[in-house]
Design a protein around this ligand. Structure first.
Ligand code: RIB
Length: 302
């Protein structure tokens, strides 16, 4: 069965510098390499879901500038439906200067630009497509007033929802209530929790407002923890040599949505998502490093 996924979110042109180690404040270091590529959490998730075999529609905004061309290039190449993307004449396409060190860790600054101007009308004109979807995914790299609006639109049609609360920002319990799956990393969990926590399971459980909600907390090299009101399971990930972790969270979220939409059991969908994210970190770039389905299936089969 082909999963039908709608992603509401951001596109950024990623401006990536690779270096031995990150500079400290006030310090200049030499970079080894520079690359420009397609990024943005929303678009990365859309591209990942498409490469993993889903039918994908993307709702978002880009500017009327050269960086937007990177978006259309990758969406067309991967078959992402971009009919619901608006080209905004007044604001530039989002950009993300990114630093990546020799261990593959990154630091990212996001200048949201057009991503901050998604309108209710952008979501409304996609309603017939949302109604047909298996899953709607949204992140927090957009104007935050659209997050609950988009989740509500999906819930009106009984469509499952994933809220990936990235990058970290405080959001209301009412908004979390609209998410069937909440997928923070540990930093995002801390923000949602309102401060440091001792235990991932109780912090995540404290955010769940409905008995049938699930948190899936991504834990980097440890894997991901599935947390519901009654259960908690750690699903370990696959050991790989990390080159660049950019886009791994996006790949995880897309793969989780695809796996669940295809009818996989939750723990199998998380294992599938772990495999996809593990492959993503073995290559440089964001959208460019997202794996294709055959490679993920091969890793799962060992
Ligand atoms: O999650 C990775 C993404 O975060 C990058 O592509 C960058 O654009 C930022 O949005």
């Amino acid at each position: 069965m082909t999963a039908k996924i709608v992603v509401v979110g951001s596109f950024n042109a990623d401006l990536v510098s690779y270096m031995e180690r990150m500079p400290r404040p006030g310090e200049t270091v030499h970079g080894d390499r520079f690359a420009t590529g397609a990024g943005g959490k929303g678009s990365n998730q859309a591209v990942a879901a498409a490469r993993l075999g889903a039918d994908v529609a993307f709702i978002g905004r880009v500017g009327n500038d050269v960086f937007a061309e990177l978006a259309y290039e990758i969406w067309d190449a991967e078959g992402v439906d971009h009919r619901f993307v608006t080209r905004d004449d007044e604001v530039a396409t989002g950009v993300a200067p990114i630093l990546v060190d020799s261990s593959g860790e990154n630091m990212i600054v996001v200048v949201l630009g057009a991503n901050r101007r998604i309108r209710q009308s952008d979501i409304d004109r996609a309603r017939p497509t949302i109604a047909e979807a298996d899953m709607l995914i949204i992140q927090l790299e957009v104007n935050l007033d659209m997050v609950s609006y988009a989740l509500k639109a999906a819930k009106e049609f009984g469509v499952a929802t994933t809220l990936n609360p990235a990058p970290a920002a405080p959001i209301s319990r009412e908004t979390i209530h609209l998410a069937d799956y909440l997928t923070p990393n540990e930093i995002e969990l801390e923000t949602l929790n309102g401060g440091e926590f001792d235990d991932v399971v109780s912090a995540a459980r404290g955010l769940l407002t409905r008995g049938d909600q699930t948190a899936v907390v991504t834990l980097g090299a440890q894997g991901a923890q599935i947390i519901s009101h009654s259960d908690s399971i750690l699903v370990p990930t696959f050991a790989v040599d990390a080159v660049d972790t950019t886009g791994a969270g996006d790949t995880f979220n897309a793969a989780l949505a695809v796996g669940l939409s295809e009818g996989k059991a939750l723990s199998d969908a998380v294992r599938f998502a772990n495999a996809a994210a593990a492959l993503c970190v073995t290559k440089p770039g964001a959208a460019d490093s997202v794996p294709y389905r055959a490679d993920v299936d091969a890793l799962l089969l060992g």
